[in-house]
Design a protein around this ligand. Structure first.
Ligand code: G1P
Length: 294
């Protein structure tokens, strides 16, 4: 039995141009989904999967992200004095759910470069990477399965999702040599291939569990697609050394960095909310009816 996965690395240094003007002066990771910033959903997912240490890779415009996971003494004192017990608990929970660390990427050299910033922190342990644009509100079940698969097999494990047609060209794409249920043994992986050259219809989604060998691979990864150091190119070097597997997931959650899908996340997740859900459903039904849409 090897070392356990304890740390989640969350690359949050991107500019968020897909969501302008909302992201002109606030980090895209701080956009509200229902009642909390998108990145809090992602941290909660990691914690639900058993992780208690979180390293967020940031850039100079991300101070709001750091502040969100820090204590806010003045606010806590105020809520305590006013007897706002539930609000106080919801604020404290943010800082208490894990140990948080932050490091700056320094230069926008790509996702692979961002992940390589975690090497000194993670050292020789397996670890998870969660892209904070993607919300997978499944109570950590997918990530937990990936962690178990990595710890049992000694291979890195990434999440994959079937897409239709040319959409594959927007993502990393993995081909495989064998399949056992929903787990595949990856034998080829390419970043944003042309549709005609894609090794499969399986896109790489934003959940990864890496063995520490990824750091040695990243250290020798040359700039690739878009002139950036691509995580996908380093992953290709893990194939067979020590191994790269994919978990094919049935639901890829939401891309909260994209306007329409962010809206879908807000609607569906507020419908799921145990307190507000019924009211939201009534409100939506009312809107649809008043517009003659239902
Ligand atoms: C990144 C990865 C890509 C992956 C995608 C998932 O691309 O490089 O392999 O499929 O995230 O969202 P980006 O969205 O940064 O272009």
């Amino acid at each position: 039995m090897g070392k356990r996965v304890r740390t989640a690395v969350i690359p949050a240094a991107g500019l968020g141009t897909r969501f302008l003007p909302a992201t002109k002066s606030q980090p895209k990771e701080m956009l509200t989904v229902v009642d909390r910033p998108a990145i809090q959903w992602v941290v909660e997912e990691a914690v639900a999967a058993g992780i208690d240490d979180v390293l967020i890779i940031t850039s100079p415009t991300k101070k709001g992200v750091e502040d969100h996971f820090d204590r806010m003494a003045e606010l806590e004192t105020l809520l305590e004095a006013k007897g706002k017990v539930e609000m106080l608990a919801s604020v404290r929970r943010i800082t208490d759910m894990a140990t948080f660390h932050f490091t700056r990427q320094g230069a926008p050299l790509g996702l692979g470069h961002a992940v390589s910033m975690a090497a000194r922190h993670v050292r020789d342990e397996p670890f998870a990477v969660l892209l904070p644009d993607e919300l997978l509100p499944d109570g950590g079940a997918t990530l937990r399965r990936m962690i178990d698969e990595c710890e049992a097999s000694g291979s890195s494990v990434i999440s994959l999702f079937e897409v239709d047609g040319p959409e594959i060209s927007n993502y990393g794409c993995a081909g495989f040599s064998s399949r056992d249920g929903d787990v595949v043994e990856i034998d080829r992986i390419v970043e944003k291939p042309r549709f005609e050259e894609a090794p499969s219809n399986l896109k790489v989604t934003g959940r990864y569990v890496f063995t520490p060998e990824i750091f040695a691979k990243l250290a020798v990864t040359e700039p690739g697609q878009a002139g950036e150091i691509q995580l996908t190119d380093a992953m290709a070097m893990l194939i067979g050394d020590p191994g790269l597997r994919g978990l094919v997931i049935k639901d890829a959650g939401y891309d909260a960095g994209q306007k329409l899908d962010w809206l879908r996340a807000n609607i569906e997740l507020s419908l799921d909310d145990p307190v507000a859900g019924t009211e939201v459903a009534e409100m939506l039904a009312g809107i649809m009816k008043s517009r003659g849409l239902a």
